[in-house]
Design a protein around this ligand. Structure first.
Ligand code: GLN
Length: 454
């Protein structure tokens, strides 16, 4: 814990930790020492972690990287952090992220962007997003692991950009209680770690039924670490042809091929499969996610939490809402709220939202058919490129940024577990990741496949 706290102070330039909690960390570390001395210490005893700013931490600023939550200190602790601390983990502080987890570069944060510890000729790169602070902090050894959340790729894409492991569990595996909501039917929390084994241990602590989240599954949590045998002989690995996109860099194709060879060498059978509705995933996601976001973000009204605008003489409640939300939300969040409100509006509900829901069901069915045909895991690239430069994607066209999620959003729409594993470097020396997609509730088996790629 002490060496992490020192490293965090020395790495202020990365802008990964936005609220440091050294006093809490040292208290928790001392308590962990005592538990270890007493014997029988739990799995994460004394392990120093960073916590994404989206998780409510009692008495500690929790802002979802938004000005609208400025100064918000929850009175309660999220289920995930409660579980982690119960297993002896130590909180070093809160980690930077895209505002309300909307973004793929961590550039929409009210705290300013995170700088990746990876560089090309001193050019500053994004660590990815929205869990960019988590990825940068783990990759730079500021903490042993971090929490992330993933609505459309926010664990897997930053993990791939920074050379670490990140798993989005099956929807319902990890409680969402006390995590600031973005798109409730897609959001899942998961670990971002240095290794597959760490991910298995960390996920074991985070997972489990929670009566406070009605979508949390009432299922036992298996021993994910025990599943890491490295034996995938006879397993069938699906390679979906729709993920071979035109214009994808040759390096990504080569990386994919390398992953295929690694799995084949380990005794798995490689099978070409088809997931025919893949091409509709991004548009469906960018209807469903903003729709749910516009509903979830209605609660930021200047009354209940955080920021309230200074009002002028004669301003009424409408002006208070308008001014507060105009000042408190950044541009990307405002864009999502507008899109979401539009697709849910009476005149357009059937044309957009209902249609996106139908497409979502078809995407889910594509995966169900593949697994029913005997496929054990699906291997794809995690991202369409390595990390891009800070400011590079901040163009007038937000769709360019959205295209980054092309390989990851299908997994959230289908509610499946997905893991990103670092598999190599590109010609510039930057990390690249592959994604494995697994069957629902089979995170142990999925991590075992990832273990072979590590
Ligand atoms: N980049 C995607 C988005 O902006 C995914 C974000 C996430 O997974 N939280 O919506």
């Amino acid at each position: 814990t002490m060496s992490c706290l020192t490293a965090i102070d020395a790495a202020d330039g990365l802008n990964a930790f936005v609220h440091k909690t050294p006093d809490i960390a040292l208290d928790q570390a001392r308590a962990a020492d005592a538990r270890i001395a007493a014997g029988g210490a739990p799995s994460l005893c004394g392990i120093p972690l960073g916590i994404k700013d989206l998780f409510a931490t009692k008495g500690v600023p929790t802002q979802a990287a938004s000005n609208i939550l400025k100064g918000f200190k929850p009175e309660y602790e999220s289920t995930v952090t409660t579980k982690l601390f119960g297993d002896g983990a130590v909180m070093l502080g809160k980690l930077n992220m895209d505002e309300f987890a909307m973004g793929s570069s961590n550039e929409s944060a009210c705290y300013g962007p995170v700088v990746s510890p990876w560089k090309v000729d001193s050019r500053q790169l994004t660590p990815g997003g929205s869990s960019g602070g988590s990825a940068a902090a783990v990759a730079a050894d500021l903490c042993l692991a971090a929490t992330g959340t993933d609505t459309g790729g926010s664990i897997r894409q930053p993990a791939a950009f920074t050379g670490i492991v990140g798993i989005k569990p099956t929807y319902g595996r990890v409680s969402r209680w006390g995590i600031v909501a973005f798109a409730s039917s897609l959001d899942q929390a998961g670990p971002m770690t240095k290794s597959v084994r760490d991910a298995a241990i960390f996920l074991g602590s985070m997972a489990g039924h929670d009566p406070k989240d009605s979508t949390s599954a009432d299922l036992a949590v298996p021993d994910f670490e025990a599943a890491l045998t490295g034996d995938i002989r006879g397993k069938k690995i699906g390679i979906p042809r729709e993920y071979r996109l035109d214009g994808i860099p040759a390096e990504i194709d080569a990386l994919w091929q390398k992953g295929i060879e690694m799995m084949r060498d380990a005794g798995a059978e490689i099978v070409d499969i088809s997931l025919p509705h893949t091409k509709y995933a991004l548009p469906a996601y960018y209807v469903v996610a903003p729709a749910e976001a516009s509903s979830n973000l209605a609660r930021y009204d200047g009354v209940r939490y955080g920021h309230r605008a200074t009002l002028a003489q004669g301003d009424g409640i409408t002006e208070m809402y308008e001014k507060t939300r105009a000042e408190g939300f950044g541009a990307e969040v405002q864009r999502r709220v507008m899109v979401g409100t539009y697709v849910l509006s009476a005149g357009f509900y059937d044309a957009y939202y209902n249609r996106a829901r139908k497409v979502r069901a078809l995407i889910k069915r594509d995966f169900e058919l593949a697994f029913a045909a005997g496929i054990d895991a699906i291997l794809t690239p995690a991202t369409p490129s390595s990390a891009f430069g800070l400011g590079e994607m901040a163009s007038a066209d937000p769709v360019e940024m959205y295209l980054n999620d092309v390989f990851t959003v299908t997994v959230n729409l289908a509610g499946l577990p997905g893991v990103s594993v670092p598999v190599g470097l590109d010609a510039k020396g930057l990390p690249l990741g592959l994604q494995l997609i697994g069957k629902p509730w089979e995170e142990g088996d999925l991590l075992n496949h990832a273990y072979v790629l590590e």
